[in-house]
Unconditional design. Structure first.
Length: 170
């Protein structure tokens, strides 16, 4: 619940960040599977906000062998091959990342000081693990020029995303 980051374009970081109990979450996913559903969206703004907890969840879910596909939002820094592989083994098929913009300085100014190299690596780790990637971008951030918006579209193509979402800043 909530997010450990405080990006200026998002209100989720205003909510207190709280981790779900792994057994409780697994119980809910078991119920979904018993209902005959084949896929779920795990609604978490930053599922991997606490690495050890997220890895434990993915490992426990993989042991459940629910044959349930799911997708989730993660942050791409930190994100590595170990995390991608654990997610894929647990049934994750799509990872959503908020890349926001191609401009690292503008991204840092809005509270997300992640570099483009980390973005490229996260997408690569997901693809290597067999997952698809959806990248989210924000258009119209304070100080963002038309050229920078075009650069973000180019960056989205360079990332080799499976899906891209372009959202207007409000």
């Amino acid at each position: 619940y909530g997010c450990p980051f405080s990006c200026t374009f998002c209100n989720t970081g205003e909510l207190p960040y709280k981790l779900r109990d792994i057994d409780e979450a697994l119980s809910e996913l078991r119920q979904i599977q018993k209902m005959g559903l084949k896929a779920a969206y795990i609604r978490d703004a930053t599922a991997n906000g606490k690495r050890s907890h997220w890895l434990s969840f993915c490992q426990a879910l993989a042991k459940e062998n629910l044959n349930l596909m799911w997708n989730v939002f993660c942050t791409y820094q930190p994100f590595d091959a170990e995390m991608a592989n654990a997610m894929a083994k647990a049934g994750c098929t799509v990872v959503q990342f908020g890349f926001e913009t191609a401009d690292e300085t503008l991204r840092a100014d809005t509270g997300k000081a992640f570099d483009n190299e980390a973005a490229e690596a996260a997408v690569r780790y997901c693809h290597e693990a067999g997952m698809r990637v959806c990248g989210h971008f924000v258009l119209g951030l304070p100080g963002q020029s038309a050229e920078e918006i075009r650069a973000s579209a180019t960056f989205a193509r360079q990332l080799d995303l499976d899906y891209a979402s372009f959202n207007l800043a409000t």
